[in-house]
Design a protein around this ligand. Structure first.
Ligand code: ATP
Length: 238
């Protein structure tokens, strides 16, 4: 179903060919984690929710793949956080951004930013364009299926980055502050539920959840999970 959605998204001018290839990379890593949300992802979801609830200007970055795969989940998270969705494309064209924004609105989104009037340093041409009232002004950015250069550029701008990425070795996964190694359609509803659950917590409690999370260590545990699983599958464990 996901592949069909992406193919339809391509035909409708929302996803690009490179996005289909990126999805294949994600599927390969999903096999390695066992196509389920692992405990290390749940820890990261908890830390990510704390960062988003604590943020004064959180923004949810949306690309062609995420818009097509899980528009309802993006809208629900945007409502729970009272945060805008910003269409942020690696292969940007006005037409593509507008189509994705319309698609999100058809799924109930009320706050969608898709026109760019600001630039982030250190990136070439169309890839650097963002909205001045969205990502540019934000303190915390949630992104998924994102390229490493842009994640690094956001970090250099001083943003706290929460990433959803199935590849624990990608630059995005390695450079984000909090990396949820999980499939985006599985992770988003869990993140929304965690956000709703944390909205009653004090800033001190949220800060202590954040402080207790170490992204490098968590990514190491994800790799260890994969190693253990491959040993079990190959009959080499024990
Ligand atoms: P980087 O530039 O960060 O080193 P990359 O060159 O793979 O990595 P992209 O192609 O932009 O950069 O990354 C897409 C990432 O999204 C890949 O790491 C892929 O594993 C991941 N991915 C693809 N589909 C999904 C999905 N449905 N859910 C979560 N992650 C996904």
């Amino acid at each position: 179903m996901q592949r069909e959605r992406l193919v339809r998204g391509f035909e409708e001018g929302m996803t690009v060919l490179q996005g289909l290839i990126a999805h294949g990379r994600g599927e390969a890593f999903d096999y390695l984690i066992g196509e389920r949300t692992i405990p290390e992802a749940l820890s990261a979801i908890k830390a990510g929710a704390a960062a988003l609830v604590l943020a004064s200007k959180p923004v949810i970055s949306v690309n062609g793949n995420t818009a097509v795969l899980c528009p309802e989940e993006l809208v629900r998270l945007s409502e729970a956080l009272n945060a805008p969705l910003e269409v942020n494309l690696f292969y940007r064209s006005e037409e593509r951004a507008r189509r994705i924004a319309e698609h999100l609105r058809r799924h109930g989104a009320e706050r969608v930013l898709w026109r760019c009037d600001a630039e982030i340093e250190g990136l070439s041409s169309e890839r650097r364009r963002v909205s001045s009232s969205g990502i540019y002004a934000s303190d915390v950015v949630l992104l998924a299926i994102e390229d490493g250069d842009r994640t690094l550029a956001l970090k250099r701008l001083g943003k706290r980055v929460v990433a959803i990425d199935l590849n624990p070795l990608s630059r995005t996964a390695q450079e984000a502050d909090i990396t949820v190694v999980d499939e985006v359609t599985r992770a988003l509803p869990l993140l929304t539920a965690q956000v709703q659950c944390m909205q009653g917590m004090s800033a001190e409690e949220l800060a202590s959840v954040l402080e207790g999370f170490d992204n490098r260590r968590n990514l190491g545990r994800v790799l260890e999970h994969m190693r253990r699983r491959l040993r079990e599958l190959s009959g080499q464990s024990g």
